[in-house]
Design a protein around this ligand. Structure first.
Ligand code: ASP
Length: 621
């Protein structure tokens, strides 16, 4: 069955340890201090074994198993399942045990039962090599139905397709699947290794910070929580940013937390309104220090079965990332980089090209899609000539030159964009990814599904023009990010040109972490808030004041745990690595949250709802 493939190798020794017959587990653990301690899955409970651990070496033993009925057949046998695997149970056929047979064969699938019996070898030829317990079966002697299961909304089998809405409505049933069991157990294992690395090996302190706080300016939209003081609201923090900096002022020196964060960003397909970060802050550290820490942390907690990861991770500046890949989170598993052909085309009399080049930051760029003819019209013909609207502007020599500039092969397709640098890059960046998807859908393998390409993106601009009003600036990371050491004076003279000490960690084209070295001077922090961002610094007066009381230089980072785990297990969505996720509209489909409350319940908060009663219950899921 699927379990052995799904068990992370990091967890496998634990399972192997348990498989040894008659092992006095606690004793065994104490005896081998150097070997990783195998958890005892059978401590404190009546079962003798889990459903995944019996092997030939157990033959002859009497065992007691607890689990769910996965499958049963004609009163002959059933398959019992728990978190660790499957065991075949043979129903007794003799008269003396007829009640056991009746009990078990009448119990509906997914009923939870206890079975006690003797482990036997399967008859020759009936072994199942695909099942770790496939050499044995348990001959039931006594059994008990602990709870019967009513008709299920869907079968608990990984290969059965079910709608996501149904899976989320019955999440507790979905959690019984081996895949979700694997995802959550691997997540737990990785977090435990991270704690070990941070606390035990590097002296970090795990500190919990409040989730009821106040608004942090400049950043994601925060959820509000009403208070009993009329008109006053708490905010759920988008991250523990202020607290972790204040912990440094408080001399904690090295902080970390598995932190729950909240962002009210509306419906987004693969975002969650609440999510988890591995949140880290250190005093007296620089950018390289944080980067080496994170590389060590990931290497230490990385599941063995996903292959080793090499450190240090490569690094790329924001400028390079944008120019070569059209995004600040490049997927470096494949080529198709953006090529600047402005100089080549400048010489030609093509109106739209000349127009584009005449503007400030005007450019013409291209990507060459290898084997693009699979998905689009051919542009480089087998005879070496080009098929394109452009060819009428190009002589033979120029066509050849273009083929060389772009390193085109037969059947490659070139996509070209002319206009403002940033817009051109990001358009080609999106086309690059979409072309890769299309090529892969057509059967070409561009991105090795087993490859993990980590990348640091550094030297971000400190500020970016606001999308809704480009004459105003917003922080590229957050307002506490320090300027690049070489650009400090630019902060005061031309903040739009200043780079920052902000770094992002990218994995296979996804941002899995981000952080910065912080501003630790109150005067500089006040300047950024008031003069550059035009924010009301009063909201942050406590932080500004703290910086005046001997705040140490400090910096940190946060890893997005949900995204990281979903990439490690290759899950289609981050919802597959969260026990109780929200729908993409931010709803809990199982408990039906958010939900209405009565006017009486709202009264202490001095709140009245203006939404008409008639509209209630019409919202989409
Ligand atoms: N708090 C930041 C974030 O959530 C991370 C950091 O700067 O440490 O992105």
């Amino acid at each position: 069955m699927a379990l052995p493939r799904l068990l992370p190798r990091a967890l496998a020794p634990l399972a192997r340890g348990l498989a040894r017959p008659g092992c006095g587990r606690a004793l065994q653990r104490a005896a081998s201090a150097s070997a990783p301690a195998a958890p005892d899955f059978n401590s404190f409970v009546i079962r003798t074994n889990t459903c995944g651990e019996l092997r030939s070496a157990h033959v002859g033993q009497e065992v007691t198993l607890y689990g769910w009925i996965q499958y049963q057949r004609q009163g002959l046998f059933l398959v019992l399942r728990d978190f660790q695997g499957l065991t075949q149970i043979i129903l007794p056929q003799d008269e003396a045990h007829s009640h056991v047979k009746k009990l078990l064969s009448n119990a509906p699938v997914e009923s939870v039962v206890r079975v006690t019996g003797i482990v036997s070898s399967r008859p020759p030829g009936q072994e199942n090599p695909k099942m770790p317990t496939g050499d044995i079966e348990v001959k039931a002697e006594t059994a008990e139905i602990l709870n019967s299961c009513k008709k299920l909304p869907f079968e608990i089998k990984d290969f059965i397709k079910k709608s996501e809405a149904l899976r989320m409505q019955y999440r507790y049933l979905d959690l019984r699947s081996f895949q979700l069991q694997y995802n959550l157990r691997l997540r737990s294992h990785i977090v435990m290794r991270m704690r070990e690395y941070l606390c035990n090996l590097h002296g970090f302190v795990d500190v919990e910070t409040p989730t009821l706080f106040k608004r942090t300016p400049g950043g994601a939209k925060e959820f509000l929580v009403p208070s009993r003081e009329a008109g006053k609201f708490y905010s759920l923090p988008q991250s523990p940013q202020q607290f972790k900096q204040l912990l440094m002022v408080g001399g904690l020196d090295r902080y970390f937390q598995v932190a729950r964060c909240y962002r009210d960003e509306g419906s987004r397909p693969d975002r969650q309104p609440e999510f988890t970060q591995i949140d880290i802050e250190m005093s007296f550290v620089d950018q390289a220090g944080i980067q080496r820490l994170i590389e060590g942390l990931l290497q230490y907690s990385w599941p063995e079965e996903r292959g080793p990861i090499m450190t240090p991770f490569p690094s790329m500046t924001y400028k390079e990332a944008l120019a070569d890949y059209g995004t600040d989170k490049p997927d470096t598993r494949f080529g198709m980089k953006i090529v600047d052909i402005s100089d080549f085309l400048r010489r030609l009399d093509i109106q739209f090209v000349q127009n584009a080049l005449s503007y400030p930051h005007g450019t013409v760029k291209a990507i060459c899609i290898p084997q693009g003819a699979e998905i689009m019209e051919i542009i480089c013909r087998p005879d070496g000539s080009l098929k394109s609207l452009l060819t009428k502007f190009l002589g033979e020599k120029q066509q050849l030159e273009l083929i060389q500039v772009l390193n085109m092969q037969v059947d490659d397709v070139v996509l070209l964009a002319a206009g403002e640098h940033k817009q051109v890059c990001s358009a080609l960046g999106s086309l690059r990814l979409e072309s890769a998807d299309l090529l892969e859908a057509a059967g070409l393998v561009l991105r090795d599904p087993t490859a993990f390409h980590f990348l640091w993106v550094v030297d971000f601009p400190l500020f970016l023009p606001k999308e809704e009003n480009p004459t105003e600036l917003e922080s590229a990371h957050h307002p506490f990010t320090a300027p690049h050491p070489s650009d400090t004076s630019l902060l005061y003279s031309d903040p739009t040109k200043a780079r920052s000490q902000h770094y992002d960690l990218v994995l296979n084209g996804n941002e899995v972490g981000g952080g910065s070295i912080r501003i630790h001077s109150a005067e500089q922090q006040r300047f950024v808030l008031e003069k550059v961002l035009k924010e009301d610094s009063e909201v942050l007066s406590h932080l500004l004041e703290a910086l005046e009381f001997g705040a140490p230089p400090h910096g940190g980072i946060a890893l997005g745990l949900d995204r990281l785990i979903s990439l490690i297990v290759d899950a289609p969505s981050i919802r597959d690595v969260i026990a109780f996720p929200k729908s993409f509209r931010g709803r809990d489909l199982m408990g039906n949250a958010p939900d209405y409350v009565t006017p009486e319940e709202l009264e202490p908060y001095h709140i009245q709802v203006s939404w008409p009663l008639a509209e209630r219950g019409k919202e989409k899921l």
